[in-house]
Design a protein around this ligand. Structure first.
Ligand SMILES: [Zn+2]
Length: 238
């Protein structure tokens, strides 16, 4: 089992905003850091003023059985997101001794090694091509724009596509697209093959409706262990 997540962990949003976790049950500490539980929240001092990340609510992926007062303990590797749908970047530094197993062990027997997907500590690699797109509301050109995201990991789980609308200052989950103006192929966020290509196609009406300004498309890929990688594509509407 990876490290449990404590209030000592370094947590950042992708914009570099620092997170401060707010523990609710101070019953278990590691090196003075309180172990965090499902439902605990945190604040982010996010510098991205167009659509700041604000904070987070921690969720367990259910990959460990440890609970405190019936609430799941969060692991440092569990995938967690900002309120705006972006991945949290988590670094926990305390030492961990792991003798946990799915079933009780006979006395004096060492724990078996974790399965390959649970032992994989390599973050997915996500690329967004092209990184910058442009649309002109006067000419309504180009009529269609396509961005391509390539996601790679040995043990895939899921992906999430989030749009930060820099004019309306809202975040929109685009994992299923918003037909007919924004098509995402394949939609849905399921990720089963080690290499996946997801295309996002925007039509002129959709881009014009976003309004003049910068709009950010964030693709996050998540491995079965919970590790994530991301890419950002920026659409500038003039
Ligand atoms: Zn942020």
């Amino acid at each position: 089992m990876p490290q449990v997540l404590t209030t000592n962990a370094q947590i950042f949003c992708p914009h570099g905003g620092k997170g401060v976790s707010i523990p609710t049950v101070p019953k278990w500490t590691v090196n003075g850091g309180i172990v965090l539980l499902e439902g605990d929240t945190g604040t982010l001092t996010c510098p991205f003023v167009l659509c700041p990340c604000v904070g987070y609510t921690l969720k367990s992926m259910g990959l460990n059985a440890t609970t405190i007062d019936g609430r799941k303990v969060i692991l440092a590797t569990d995938f967690n997101q900002t309120f705006t749908g972006l991945p949290l970047l988590i670094t926990e530094t305390h030492q961990a001794f792991d003798d946990t197993t799915p079933a009780p062990l006979p006395e004096n027997r060492p724990a078996p090694p974790p399965s390959p997907d649970m032992a994989d500590m390599t973050k997915p690699v996500v690329l967004g091509i092209p990184p910058a797109l442009a649309f002109n509301t006067m000419t309504m050109m180009p009529a269609v724009i396509t961005a391509t995201f390539t996601l790679t990991t040995a043990f895939p789980l899921k992906w999430v596509l989030t749009m930060l609308n820099g004019v309306a200052k809202i975040n929109v989950d685009l994992t299923n697209g918003l037909p007919p103006g924004a098509l995402v192929v394949p939609p849905g966020g399921n990720w089963s093959s080690p290499s996946l290509v997801v295309t996002v196609t925007l039509n002129a009406a959709f881009m014009a409706a976003l309004g003049p300004g910068m709009h950010h498309f964030w693709m996050t890929g998540v491995s079965r262990r919970g590790l994530s990688g991301f890419a950002e594509v920026i659409l500038t509407v003039t």
